[in-house]
Design a protein around this ligand. Structure first.
Ligand code: AMP
Ligand code: ZN
Length: 139
């Protein structure tokens, strides 16, 4: 389904032009306009969902296959040493376009692209407590 005034819905439908690298019935992959590195590609489901937290199960199931296929092509085309797949959910997590998308970012040994965090030091018992909270919601 399409959402009014959503830029990625409009790109997915072809209403707004994009540098498209892949398209099938359910997905479009385009070059990012503000790339972290040349070849930075976005995999965009055509059906609108705001992000991964509300995507339908059919789109979710198909997404990884498309991401893997596009990531391999980007790696071959760009000759990079690695690939990050990044996916932001919610403003707090850095999401700026509220239509689900997956970043495929070419990486080179010793490049200056920044994706990361400082590893924390969980207190005694913290991991088990947290795991239990999450497990309860997966039952
Ligand atoms: P995020 O911060 O995860 O929501 O990522 C949104 C991404 O969309 C950013 O990397 C933008 O550079 C990119 N972007 C925004 N508008 C366009 C557009 N019209 N075509 C291609 N990429 C876009
Ligand atoms: Zn949309």
């Amino acid at each position: 389904m399409k959402k009014e005034n959503c830029i990625f819905c409009r790109i997915a439908s072809g209403e707004i032009p994009s540098a498209t690298v892949y398209e099938d019935e359910d997905f479009k992959a385009i070059l990012d306009l503000g790339p972290a590195a040349p070849g930075h590609t976005l995999v965009i489901p055509k059906n609108h969902s705001d992000n991964l937290l509300c995507v339908d199960s059919d789109t979710a199931a198909k997404a990884l296959g498309v991401i893997a296929k596009v990531a391999k092509a980007v790696k071959e085309a760009m000759g990079c040493d690695g690939i990050n797949v990044v996916q932001n959910n919610g403003e707090a997590a850095g999401q700026t376009v509220m239509h689900l998308h997956f970043h495929i970012i070419p990486r080179y040994n010793n490049d200056k692209v920044q994706i990361g965090w400082e590893p924390g030091k969980p207190a005694d018992g913290e991991l088990e407590n947290t795991a239990s909270l999450i497990r309860d919601r997966l039952r």
